[in-house]
Design a protein around this ligand. Structure first.
Ligand code: CFM
Length: 549
């Protein structure tokens, strides 16, 4: 690349793609090429992207592991389940409260059950690896039970547990029977089980569905009962969404799993609608609940003020109740003026600026709503571990190849519950709602159709490509996670973590949108990172180039 070419105005997307691949050996370049897509609107959708495949060894991926997806993401935010990690202490320590998922002490007050601040681990040692760790696990479950008398204990397997073959499920079942008043179950979520944390989501979904959802039939009161699936209360997002639901008169029985409790999951089968926010992490539970209990699901998004209004309207339209429809309109009318005033304030400083976001399996899509409200364009985005349908829409599901890595993850066979299956709406009523265009069931369009033609969509971005991309396209802001943060800032570009939010939040809902506008305005208009000059830029210690083959 020559210096003259580094101006973002002159680089075509195909040239950027070629630059990203230029340093790879040919075989690696061929593989990566299929995960880098130049977006365009085709007659029947968008181009096909390769996703949810193994990262090529040697590449520094942004991804996490299966254990992270199960223990950290899905089960981490529930406050009154003891999460006991069977494995070496590091797996527990590094999964401990780094995601900024918040919780509310709940009706029991600040002394109520909240185990999130503890790191429970069996602290496996060499001798456990050699002689087996089942006895140690049983003792740890017993110790947690004696100390806290929790309603539930969840056991998580880390890599060595799978390698030595400890039977964590039998140990858990035996302890559950022994206690009688504590639900104990285990997750075979060894880090290596899948190609990313996505496999961990699936494993967690299966066990939550099998062991918790529907175990409590005590009735939950409420006129419009929903559950919110795939919202994890990072930076208090769930608090803001719950505030809005409450104002609308909507009862949120359970959030999976931000700010949640065991009882919420146990009673979630009583909802009349499942609203799915992060589809990637929780779609399995939504599908299984529909089959077993007859609860339909719709896709929602509470990231972005307009998206929030749209999602509320969808929920109201589903219930087909004038009182709720009017109430939702009233809430939107009350909330929007403050949002509009905030947009008017920041727009002159943010309009026309560019953003890139590479996050997980849904936020790289959802956050584009907030940026477009600020007049900012997303020039490149992608997921770490999403599947093709998250890019291209649910309609591609039948054409996704199931490879050995995916086949490795259990698919539960679910049937309608003989006593409790109750279709919430007739097939005709659901069709009528879809025909009216207000509600679409079990559907989502994916990230690609929402992005402009000529933008770059990149799956499983890595360290090398992130740096190259930023150097070539010079976005005004780059959004990703802690592993990317400092290398991007060293390139002189502001960086915002969209996993933990660094600090601050909420960014969901109406009040969250205002917080986000102000934070991004501050970041894209601060010049501080452009003053950065790394010492090696002036005084290089090494010179030369890599030569392949
Ligand atoms: Fe769903 Fe998430 Fe995400 Fe995710 Fe995650 Fe997360 Fe994420 Mo980090 S559940 S897929 S596994 S929205 S922890 S709250 S921010 S990568 S985009």
């Amino acid at each position: 690349m020559t210096a003259a070419k580094s101006s973002k105005a002159r680089l075509e997307p195909a040239e950027v793609k070629a630059e990203l691949l230029a340093k790879y050996p040919p075989k690696v370049a061929r593989k990566r090429s299929k995960q880098i897509m130049i977006n365009e609107a085709l007659e029947n959708g968008t181009p096909e992207i390769t996703a949810n495949v193994r990262t090529i060894p040697g590449i520094i991926t942004m991804r996490g592991c299966t254990y992270a997806g199960c223990k950290g993401v899905i089960m981490g935010p529930t406050r009154d389940i003891v999460n006991l990690v069977h494995g070496p202490i590091g797996c527990s320590f590094y999964a401990w409260l780094t995601r900024r998922n918040q919780t509310d002490p709940g009706p029991e007050g600040p002394d109520g059950e909240n185990f999130m601040t503890y790191a429970f681990s069996t602290d496996m040692q060499d001798q456990d690896i050699i002689f087996g760790g089942e006895k140690k696990l049983a003792a740890a479950i017993q110790e947690a039970y004696d100390l806290f008398h929790p309603k539930s204990i969840a056991v998580f397997a880390t890599c060595p547990v799978g390698l030595i073959g400890d039977d964590i499920h039998t140990v858990s079942r035996n302890m559950k029977e022994k206690f009688g008043d504590c639900n104990v179950y285990a997750f075979s979520c060894e880090g290596y089980k899948g190609v990313s944390q996505s496999a961990g989501h699936h494993i967690a979904n299966n066990q939550v569905f099998r062991h918790i959802v529907g175990v409590d039939d005590r009735p939950v009161e409420g006129k419009y009962k929903i559950s919110l699936l795939g919202e994890y209360n990072i930076g208090g997002d769930g608090f803001e969404i719950d505030r809005i639901f409450k104002k609308c008169g909507i009862t949120n029985i359970a959030t999976f799993s931000g700010n949640s409790t065991y009882k919420q999951f146990a009673t979630a089968h009583q909802a009349d609608l499942n609203a799915v926010m992060c589809h990637r992490s929780i779609n399995y539970v939504a599908d299984m609940m529909e089959t077993k209990f007859g609860i339909p699901w719709i896709k929602v998004n509470f990231i972005g003020a307009k998206a929030t209004a749209k999602s509320l309207r969808k929920i109201a339209a589903y219930f087909e109740d004038k009182e709720l429809i009017d109430r939702v309109e009233q809430v939107i009318a009350e909330e929007m003026p403050e949002v509009e005033a905030a947009v008017a304030d920041i727009l002159p400083r943010t309009e026309g600026k560019t953003a890139m976001m590479f996050v997980g399996g849904s936020r790289a899509h959802h956050y584009q709503e907030l940026f477009s409200e600020m007049g900012m364009k997303t020039i490149s985005a992608g997921y770490e571990f999403a599947h093709r349908d998250d890019y291209e829409g649910r309609r591609v599901l039948p054409s996704i190849e199931v490879d050995a890595d995916s086949r490795n993850i259990e698919e539960i066979e679910v049937e309608a519950d003989p006593a409790r299956f109750k279709p919430r709406k007739s097939a005709a009523a659901m069709q009528a709602l879809e025909a009216a265009g207000t509600v679409k069931f079990k559907d989502y369009e994916g990230l690609a159709p929402d992005m402009a033609a000529g933008t770059l969509i990149i799956d499983d971005l890595n360290q090398h490509e992130a740096e190259t991309l930023v150097k070539l396209m010079k976005p005004d802001i780059f959004c990703a996670g802690i592993k990317e943060k400092f290398s991007i800032q060293k390139l002189g570009v502001p960086m915002k973590q969209l996993h933990s939010y660094d600090s601050g939040g909420p960014y969901a809902g109406f009040k969250g949108a205002i917080n986000f506008y102000q934070e991004i305005d501050r970041l894209v208009n601060s010049k501080v990172w452009s003053y950065m000059k790394a010492p090696w830029q002036e005084n290089p210690q090494l010179s030369g180039a890599y030569v392949w083959e």
